[in-house]
Design a protein around this ligand. Structure first.
Ligand code: PMP
Length: 435
């Protein structure tokens, strides 16, 4: 009837965040490291969107590449009629991977990449005559997305319990965050001991019944849990001993967040599969990918179809031309502006400012690596209440970050200047003190 539609969640109530449902916060524009609300108020983006825009918002090169691509070739079903940009992008991503992890499957979200990796793992074992390997192991404080597979893997019980037996079987290890690792930048010791959780799971369930272990090299959405030294290497050893595939979910850590191209390089441990999404297009298009070891891929692809191994897996939007164009333009920026190197250089400054918050009494722990930091606030009232309040007050004071429970997650764009990091951390200090 011509009345403007109200921006309340009458229309779109499906958000995991109850408070947002009641009172949505709106942004209308973004540029560089800032959002702008509908009144033009400027908000510093301390989360790179949601780990998505390390090169800053509104990069013209990417927008133009997407526009050009849509005029040249807007859509093709990529599993039937391929297109040049998809192959070019697969090659570019493979070059960022450790040697041998060079077979690429494209999907459209982190959740889809995770479910795809689970199916590839099951297909691999079946092709080897080990179809009994049906169990997935992941960690209690893990987040792997919202599709059925990812929900089963994610340790967070609240995300899972509504769906019960509809979920694939998954067994959870404990999370990696240990007291010795307090105020750590990942240098904590005793990591190898923690990995013994996996050895215990293998002993209980039988190593030969486990298909894959999924881990975020640095658990992101559950509060930036930097693993202690030796932890990931020990997981690799235990997986090898039992013929279990190791999957790194690098949806957050991929594309420079740790100061290296991928966390696999930052920790010097090579998994069998890597999932990636978020920063793959610098936020300009939905896209994700799974990188698969050539040796694993060969087993699946060369299996005799009569053996029953066919993946029958692909998405209408897989390798969408506009997403490929966006990702190629984003990679041009990352590489041309040496942004992964810049993330490594800015890391010390960023983490110094963040760790300086340790003198605030309600800050109980701080963690970080590269351009990824997290800190906990002491709970107040219900669990998560103070964390939520922190996030809301920060937004009012002009800083956008994500919180999860009573943990804050900070992930600035790699292009953020020192002065902006100062302003962000000063705002943290002011708001934390008032809380
Ligand atoms: N895996 C990890 C490690 C993630 O952090 C996320 C998203 N936060 C996902 C998977 C799911 O990605 P998406 O929201 O794109 O489906």
């Amino acid at each position: 009837d011509g009345t403007p539609v109200a921006m309340d969640n009458h229309w779109m109530p499906f958000t995991p965040n109850r408070a947002f449902r009641a009172e949505p916060a709106i942004v209308a524009r973004a540029e560089g490291v800032h959002y702008f609300d509908p009144t033009g108020r400027r908000i510093l983006d301390g989360s790179s969107g949601l780990f998505t825009t390390p090169a800053g918002h509104g990069r013209r090169e990417i927008a133009e590449a997407v526009g050009r691509q849509l005029m040249e070739l807007d859509y093709t079903p990529s599993f039937l009629r391929g297109h040049p940009r998809a192959f070019e992008l697969a090659g570019r991503i493979a070059r960022l991977m450790p040697p041998g992890l060079d077979r690429i499957f494209f999907a459209n979200s982190g959740s889809e990449a995770v479910d795809s990796a689970m199916k590839i793992a099951l297909a691999y074992h079946r092709a080897r005559g080990e179809g009994q390997r049906q169990i997935f192991v992941s960690r209690e404080r893990a987040y792997h997305g919202v599709n059925f597979g990812g929900v089963a893997l994610s340790g967070m019980v609240n995300n899972r319990r509504t769906f019960g037996i509809g979920l694939p079987s998954a067994v959870h290890m404990r999370h990696t965050h240990i007291p010795e690792n307090r105020f750590s930048r990942g240098e904590g010791e005793h990591g190898a001991d923690l990995a013994e959780d996996l050895a215990r799971v293998a002993a209980t369930h039988g190593g030969e019944s486990i298909a894959a272990v999924f881990v975020e090299p640095v658990a992101g959405s559950t509060g930036v849990l930097v693993p202690p030294k030796g932890y990931l290497a020990r997981l690799r050893e235990i997986c090898d001993r039992h013929g279990i595939l190791l999957v790194f979910d690098e949806v957050i850590t991929g594309f420079g967040r740790t100061g290296r191209a991928f966390a696999t390089q930052a920790f010097g441990v090579t998994p069998d599969l890597i999932t990636m999404a978020k920063a793959i297009t610098n936020g300009a298009q939905p896209m994700s990918a799974v990188a698969v070891k050539r040796a694993v891929c060969d087993v699946v692809m060369n299996a005799a179809p009569e053996g029953g191994v066919e993946l029958f897996h692909g998405y209408t939007w897989s390798a969408h031309p506009a997403a490929c164009a966006a990702a190629l333009a984003a990679l041009d920026i990352y590489e041309g502006e040496l942004l992964f190197e810049r993330a490594a250089q800015m890391s010390a400054y960023f983490l110094d400012q963040l760790f300086a918050l340790r003198d605030i009494p309600i800050v109980t722990d701080i963690r970080g690596i590269g351009m990824l930091g997290g800190f906990d606030v002491a709970p107040m009232g219900n669990p998560g209440q103070r964390g939520h309040l922190l996030q809301r007050r920060l937004f009012e004071e002009g800083v956008h970050i994500k919180t999860t429970g009573d943990a804050a997650i900070v992930a600035p764009a790699f292009v953020m200047e020192a002065g902006e990091i100062d302003r962000m951390c000063e705002t943290f200090r002011t708001v934390l003190k008032a809380l």
